[in-house]
Design a protein around this ligand. Structure first.
Ligand code: SAM
Ligand code: SF4
Ligand code: SF4
Length: 335
């Protein structure tokens, strides 16, 4: 059965947040002044159990779901994440299972994640320079080297690996070329992400956004002309390019070139609400249904009706009007 939303978009990808906690305090995501001792993180009993997450996935699979991405917060902080991956892999041999992580705990976990059935990891790193890394991630416990060791280990054990870098004006623009050179050497594709206005706490300002076009101009000034790569499938968020020697980079331009028309993603928050847009102000509670022992068919019907009503296109509508809307935090809903 192929399910379409009100704008004709299928439901292909599910991003699953397994925790709203994190061991970093990236200034653009969980600024320390907001995510401090006073912040109420979700209590344990509010989190969906792994069995409950698997029940949700099972009810969406027949609707054409192709990809799962485990995220957060920092997903590697959740105990026994490999247990969840095994449960999800048991539901389908063919579904693509990916993980987004800040990489701090990746080195010691890469092998068991792969053994459990994980296909790919996307690792976020915003700088090679330790001072700039610290200014972005606001973490004194981990260094860029820890993250790079995680990336190398993930590659070594057989996981597909990509790197994500958020670029913020006057903070890490000078890291674009060093990061590119380093990941080029390691043959790991790199994606640059425009700083987005997610949530309400990151003091987003259009002046702090470095556009994908400006990033490419900087890269071309050192490496020569980039060649665009045709999208492999509908819903691909990154515009991809190759350097003259074939190395691939991508730009995720949610601010300057929104891609809502092809957005096939839903998000399941750690406490079991289904969100149909990253910038939504509210989700659709599935946890109550799960805890009242809803059947798989009942869950499927509820999700189908949520998706059929979906008409979100926040990034295309970004304006003074939408700036004042209250949005869910990215660390809560899952990036
Ligand atoms: N903790 C994991 C990590 O950092 O990879 C997973 C969750 S994080 C919310 C997922 C992705 O969202 C990361 O690549 C992060 O850089 C990106 N992100 C967070 N806040 C952002 C913002 N304001 N603009 C653009 N990307 C953002
Ligand atoms: Fe944590 Fe990831 Fe957000 Fe950084 S981007 S604070 S690592 S959830
Ligand atoms: Fe999808 Fe919402 Fe992002 Fe548009 S703004 S691409 S609808 S998540």
């Amino acid at each position: 059965m192929s399910l379409k939303d009100a704008r004709g978009r299928p439901l292909r990808d599910l991003r699953i947040s397994v925790t709203d906690r994190c061991n970093f305090r990236c200034t653009y995501c969980m600024p320390r002044e907001h995510f401090n001792g006073e912040h109420s993180f979700l209590p344990r009993k509010e989190l969906l159990s792994y069995e409950e997450i698997a029940d949700v996935v099972k009810s969406i699979l027949p609707m054409g779901l192709r990809k799962l991405r485990l995220t957060g917060g920092e997903p590697l902080l959740r105990k026994n994440l490999v247990g969840l991956i095994s449960l999800l892999r048991d539901l389908s041999d063919s579904i693509d299972i990916a993980l987004t992580t800040n990489g701090a705990l990746l080195k010691q976990n890469a092998s068991s994640l792969y053994e459990a059935g994980l296909n790919r990891v996307t690792v976020s790193i915003d700088a090679l320079d330790p001072d700039v890394f610290q200014a972005m991630a606001d973490s004194t416990q981990w260094s860029p080297n820890d993250v790079i060791e995680g990336i190398m280990e993930a590659k070594r054990v057989g996981l597909g690996v990509k790197v994500n870098t958020v670029v913020k004006k006057n903070l890490n623009e000078d890291q674009i070329l060093p990061l590119l050179n380093r990941f080029h050497e390691l043959d790991v594709p790199l994606r640059f992400i425009e700083f987005m206005d997610v949530g309400n706490t990151n003091a987003w300002n259009l002046d702090d956004v470095v556009s994908g076009q400006d990033i490419r101009t900087k890269i071309e000034s050192e490496h020569g002309q980039l060649t665009p790569v045709a999208p492999a499938n509908r819903g691909e968020v990154a515009k991809r390019f190759t350097l003259p020697d074939g190395y691939e980079i991508g730009c995720i331009e949610s601010v300057t070139a929104p891609f809502c028309g092809d957005c096939t993603r839903a998000r399941l928050s750690a406490n079991g609400s289904l969100y149909t847009c990253l910038f939504a102000s509210k989700g659709n509670d599935l946890k109550t249904m799960l805890r009242m022992n809803a059947t798989s068919d009942e869950l499927s019907d509820a999700i189908q009706s949520i998706w059929e009503k979906r008409s979100d296109r926040y990034s295309e509508e970004r304006s003074e009007h939408t700036e004042s809307t209250r949005k869910v935090e990215m660390s809560f809903i899952g990036g």
